[in-house]
Design a protein. Structure first.
Length: 173
C-alpha cells in the first residue's frame, strides 16, 4: 500500500503565506520629502578656500580646552623641530663613535703574547682601555637609540600628515 497525501489547493497555500509575508513598501508609503531623489551632481561644491587649507579646522584639544590649528605653519614647525632634534642627536653621536673606534684600535694594537718583561704593562693598559671601551660602547648604543626614536617620530609625523591630507610641501624643509 502506498501512502497518499493530499495536496492542498494552490489557493489555500497563498492564503496561509499572506499572514507571514512581509509588507511591501511602495512610493505611496514614503513621505513627500523622501519621494523625490536628489541627483548626485546637484550637491554644493566645496569652496576654493577650503581646498587650499585642507586641515585648517582640524585641531587637538589642549589641556585647557583650547584647540591648536594645524595649518601650514604648525606642520612646518613640527617637522623642523623633529628634524633639528635628529640632527642634534646625530652630531652628538659622532664623537662617541670616534671614541669607540679609537679605543677599539688601541685594543687591537696590544699584542696577544707580550714578552714577560713588559707583560704587566700591556695587561694594565688593556684592562683600562677595555673598561673605557665598554663604557663608550654603552654611550654610543644609547645615542643610537635616541636617533632611532627621532627617526620613528618623524615617520609617525609624516603618517599623521598623510592621514590628515596635508600638502607634501608643508613637510619639506
Amino acid at each position: 500500500m502506498k501512502a497518499t497525501q493530499q495536496q492542498p489547493e494552490s489557493n489555500e497555500i497563498n492564503k496561509g503565506d499572506k499572514a507571514s509575508a512581509p509588507k511591501v513598501y511602495t512610493n505611496k508609503d514614503l513621505p513627500a520629502s523622501a519621494a523625490a531623489p536628489v541627483a548626485a551632481d546637484t550637491a554644493p561644491l566645496p569652496s576654493a578656500s577650503a581646498a587650499s587649507t585642507p586641515i585648517a579646522t582640524v585641531g587637538d584639544l589642549m589641556g585647557d580646552g583650547s584647540r591648536v590649528v594645524r595649518d601650514e605653519a604648525w606642520w612646518r614647525k613640527r617637522m623642523t623641530t623633529l628634524r633639528d632634534k635628529l640632527a642634534q642627536d646625530e652630531s652628538a653621536c659622532v664623537p662617541k663613535r670616534e671614541l669607540v673606534n679609537r679605543l677599539s684600535g688601541m685594543m687591537n694594537a696590544i699584542p696577544d703574547e707580550a714578552p714577560a718583561i713588559v707583560a704587566g704593562g700591556y695587561i694594565a693598559a688593556a684592562g683600562a682601555i677595555g673598561t673605557d671601551l665598554v663604557k663608550a660602547k654603552a654611550e654610543l648604543k644609547e645615542c643610537q637609540g635616541h636617533i632611532a626614536v627621532d627617526k620613528r617620530l618623524i615617520s609617525d609625523a609624516e603618517e599623521d600628515a598623510r592621514v590628515h591630507s596635508v600638502l607634501p610641501g608643508w613637510l619639506r624643509p
